[in-house]
Design a protein around this ligand. Structure first.
Ligand SMILES: *[C@@H]1O[C@H](CO)[C@@H](O)[C@H](O)[C@H]1NC(C)=O
Ligand SMILES: *[C@@H]1O[C@H](CO)[C@@H](O)[C@H](O)[C@H]1NC(C)=O
Length: 214
């Protein structure tokens, strides 16, 4: 019996707990981030004095300006904009789309994502590590999930604007946005790597680099 219990505990420790966790668990009620300090072991040091306003944030509202080549704009509520999230393992984004707007293929290395459409009609898709695309058009009130780290995108397929609210199990999920990662890095990825990778020529790679240069 005892050994059964021990192996149950071991299984729990080895498999269940790591698969549920993203950011580490907090060790105290809260730790409002002191953004003037450098991040320490993992996150920001705690502010020494806090007030109610540290736990409220009004920056998720729109409307945002979506006049840009992708027709999409994002306002994040993560630890950098809302330091009260420090050590709590959650964050949210407001994502707004012009008609036809695309949130380009990207991934969040530190979080799974859950989202809900607030307005409009959005084609939402994610890709698995074996290149299967899971996608659907969803409307206001409908929800989606993106497993941690997988590449995903959203496309406004409705006639008007669209808006999503997304939530993450990390205070700072991070975003690897494929076009700018590959074609807008500093310093640049050498053309020899990109022409071979995409089986194309220098002119095509230079054209893409010119669009994503920062
Ligand atoms: C929206 O952004 C565009 C491009 O940066 C700018 O030209 C335009 O003036 C902005 N519109 C508003 C209402 O701020
Ligand atoms: C990828 O994996 C899924 C199951 O997760 C399977 O249904 C699908 O056939 C696989 N696709 C390829 C291209 O191997």
């Amino acid at each position: 019996m005892a050994s059964l219990f021990t192996s149950f505990l071991l299984t729990l420790c080895l498999f269940v707990i790591p698969s549920l966790s993203s950011d580490p668990d907090p060790l105290q009620d809260f730790c409002v981030g002191d953004l003037r300090a450098s991040p320490s072991i993992n996150g920001f040091p705690c502010k020494s004095s806090v007030s109610a306003s540290d736990f409220f944030f009004s920056g998720l509202g729109g409307p945002l300006n979506t006049s840009n080549p992708n027709g999409v704009a994002i306002s994040p509520a993560n630890v950098l904009t809302f330091p009260g999230l420090n050590t709590l393992g959650v964050s949210m984004n407001n994502v707004e789309f012009a008609p036809g707007g695309v949130n380009p293929p990207h991934s969040h290395p530190r979080a799974s994502e859950a989202g809900v459409v607030i307005e409009g009609s959005v084609f939402v898709g994610f890709l698995t590590t074996n290149n299967s695309l899971f996608s659907k058009v969803i409307n206001a009130g409908e929800m989606f999930v993106v497993p941690r780290g997988l590449v995903h995108f959203q496309w406004n397929v409705g006639k008007g604007k669209a808006r999503l609210i997304t939530a993450f199990n990390s205070q700072l999920p991070g975003a690897v946005v494929l076009p700018s990662t590959l074609f807008g890095s500093v310093p640049e990825i050498p053309n020899a790597v990109l022409t071979k990778t995409f089986r194309t020529d220098d002119a095509t790679v230079n054209n893409l680099k010119s669009k994503f240069a920062v």
